[in-house]
Design a protein around this ligand. Structure first.
Ligand SMILES: Cc1cc2nc3c(=O)[nH]c(=O)nc-3n(C[C@H](O)[C@H](O)[C@H](O)COP(=O)(O)O)c2cc1C
Ligand code: SF4
Ligand code: SF4
Length: 286
């Protein structure tokens, strides 16, 4: 089956999930990264299945994902699946898709929507054990979800009460992202290497006189601060929640001293419901 997955990913979590979907869907799956030049991405025509993935930001999809969804116009009605990642598994994260679902359902049959808990890139850093637990579960769940998609079962779409209202209120994050851009700074340890500017998916950073300058086109994806080799970037008002530096997922997954998963009763309370539901889905109800 020819499939295209459009994915926006700030710090790599959602891209990891997209790669897992691609591995399960087979070799004819193409991953297209959404960035500020998304108009150049391949159209969905000629594909039999379309996926869209994004990180949840303040219970919303990042603005660029909604803008992208508005431009996604296949010539014939197509099947589509949505997935998103977040630092926790609250059902409220499904609120994030309310608006893009409304946009997409004109041209697509939305077969499934799934939320994957991945390491938080904001608020706090997870331990290596927690990272392994999250990635291990995600890798078990995706093939299961893909088999539902291929069987054309409509699954996984749930909305909490008041989700439309909450989603609308929290869209203030989009405005905040624009205001916050210019408040970002590179500190004295900046070497002027320009990596942050090359990696910014929004083209929001320019290097002027050897120093990065941040514009108003920020999506708050925090890729710049994660990527900076000397951890020099302060992210404005949110700096107190900054998670410095990337998670080393490959190292953690290869480390045999770290157990694959953590027993549910030993997980922080916030995560237990999500993983109980995941276990039920995987057929080993605990
Ligand atoms: C500005 C911002 C807001 C976030 N808001 C939420 C949220 O509402 N719910 C959630 O579960 N995670 C939230 N997160 C965490 C990310 O969604 C999570 O770490 C995600 O997996 C990052 O994906 P990425 O690496 O593909 O960008 C937020 C992260 C950022 C940077
Ligand atoms: S990646 Fe870090 S060190 Fe390099 S230019 Fe950006 S802020 Fe400076
Ligand atoms: S400036 Fe940083 S946080 Fe903003 S879009 Fe670019 S990489 Fe993401």
């Amino acid at each position: 089956m020819r499939c295209i997955i459009y994915v926006f990913s700030g710090t790599g979590n959602t891209m990891l999930v997209a790669e897992e979907y691609a591995a399960s869907l087979g070799p004819e799956t193409h991953i297209a990264a959404i960035d500020s030049s998304f108009m150049d991405l391949p159209s969905p025509n000629g594909y039999q299945l379309v996926g869209i993935g994004y990180p949840v930001h303040a219970f919303n999809a990042p603005e660029i994902v909604e803008r992208f969804a508005r431009e996604l116009k296949p010539s014939v009605h197509q099947n589509l699946f949505i997935f998103h990642t977040g630092g926790e598994g609250l059902h409220f994260n499904d609120t994030s898709s309310v608006r893009i679902r409304r946009i997409l359902r004109k041209d697509f049959t939305i077969l499934s929507e799934r939320h994957y808990v991945m390491p938080y890139n904001m608020i706090f850093r997870h331990s290596d054990a927690m990272v392994k637990h999250m990635v291990t579960y995600m890798r078990k769940l995706v093939p299961l979800h893909v088999s539902s998609i291929l069987a054309k079962r409509t699954e996984g779409m749930r909305l909490m009460p008041f989700s439309r209202i909450v989603s609308s209120v929290l869209r203030i994050e989009w405005l905040y992202a624009k205001l916050q851009g210019p408040t970002m700074r590179a500190g004295d340890s900046c070497t002027g290497c320009g990596l942050c500017a090359r990696r910014c998916p929004m083209g929001n950073i320019t290097v002027v006189n050897g120093r990065p300058v941040f514009g108003r086109n920020c999506s708050l994806c925090v890729r710049c601060s994660f990527s900076c080799p000397v951890d020099a970037i302060s992210i404005g008002l949110l700096n107190g929640w900054r998670v410095s530096g990337p998670y080393e997922v490959d190292r953690v997954m290869a480390d045999q001293t770290i157990p694959d998963t953590i027993p549910i009763e030993k997980l922080p309370r916030l995560y237990r419901k999500y993983y109980r539901e995941a276990d039920a889905m995987l057929g080993k109800r605990s």
